[in-house]
Design a protein around this ligand. Structure first.
Ligand SMILES: [Zn+2]
Length: 321
């Protein structure tokens, strides 16, 4: 069973991650089994955190798993209509999967909590942290949609702004699709000054423009130069073989991630990154092709920070304070 989930060999030309002298670089990953809900949807996103985490554990990297803090309804309600939040959590209104599943309702505070926990940790260590779940960018201020219920990206951005931990937050959304929900919440809450939201899907988004996009990434990141933090949604559905994609090869997706992490590090901006999209399946019906893409994102992150040591985190104490 475990061998079945071993990551496929990455394409030629990719190098193993660099390590520091001690071979240690703790990578903070905010994961709890409570983030996982099995819903039997076309989208694997609700069950994906566990599969991604299992796959990452085969990469031989020093991952440091920490439990996220689940969010309270009031925290989610900073970015969403509080009635909508209460109705979804109470299973009275349909979620992003189009049902009123108690399992999804139970997982929502944890997935959104993982995003916020990762963002706080990235701000703390100055480099980065990971939430192995979707950013749910189709969820708008008072509505779910497209497999997305609460918008973890905007819940996180709005919470950091409200807490005074950040005065400007960047959202780099590299999913195949436009984050219409993110846009809706920015407009409804009038956060155009405080949130910089960019997605390359319209400007590039075609195989012929792939190399131009990759070359342009350092310039594209300039728009985040005065952000305290960037939330990077490393979507897997721009893959050229994705049924809902795509325009980037596996190698190009890896180069995308590496360029984003290198560029943000050069700018000195911490990054909290998450997963999104990815609807490929192999002949056996597993999402192994999607897991390979998320494996590469993790490798790119480690390589970009290959010589940095993120200090052991007093996160739990800070959160409890
Ligand atoms: Zn997508």
């Amino acid at each position: 069973m475990m061998n079945d989930t071993k990551p496929a060999t990455r394409q030629q030309g990719m190098q193993r991650p660099a390590r520091n002298a001690a071979g240690e670089m703790p990578i903070p990953v905010f994961y709890s089994p409570a983030m996982v809900a099995e819903v039997g949807s076309f989208s694997p996103s609700a069950g994906k955190p566990a599969l991604v985490v299992a796959s990452w554990q085969f990469l031989g990297l020093p991952l440091q798993f920490q439990a996220p803090r689940p969010l309270r309804a009031e925290q989610i309600g900073i970015a969403h209509d509080p009635d909508f939040v209460a109705d979804v959590l109470g299973c009275r209104r349909t979620n992003g999967f189009g049902d009123k599943s108690p399992a999804v309702a139970a997982a929502l505070p944890w997935t959104n909590g993982a995003m916020l926990s990762a963002a706080r940790e990235a701000l703390r260590n100055g480099l980065g942290a990971i939430a192995p779940c979707s950013g749910f960018h189709h969820a708008g201020y008072d509505h779910a949609g497209g497999f997305c219920t609460f918008n973890g990206l905007m819940v996180t951005a709005a919470a950091l702004l409200a807490e005074g931990r950040a005065s400007k937050v960047g959202i780099l959304d590299c999913d195949e699709h436009w984050g219409n929900g993110t846009h809706d919440i920015i407009e409804r809450l009038q956060l155009n000054e405080e949130v910089v939201h960019y997605s390359p899907c319209f400007e590039f988004g075609r195989p012929l423009k792939a190399e131009a996009f990759l070359a342009r990434i350092p310039k594209l990141l300039d728009r985040f130069a005065d952000c305290d933090l960037v939330l990077y949604q490393a979507g897997a559905d721009p893959h050229i073989d994705d049924p809902l994609g795509g325009w980037l090869t596996t190698d190009q997706l890896y180069r995308r991630d590496r360029a984003v992490f290198d560029g943000l590090r050069r700018l000195g901006i911490p990054v909290a990154w998450n997963l999104a999209g990815g609807y490929q399946r192999d002949a056996a019906g597993s999402i192994r092709p999607v897991l390979d893409i998320h494996d590469n994102t993790m490798v790119a992150f480690v390589e970009a920070h290959g010589h940095a040591v993120i200090p052991a985190s007093p996160f739990a104490e800070r959160e409890a304070a």
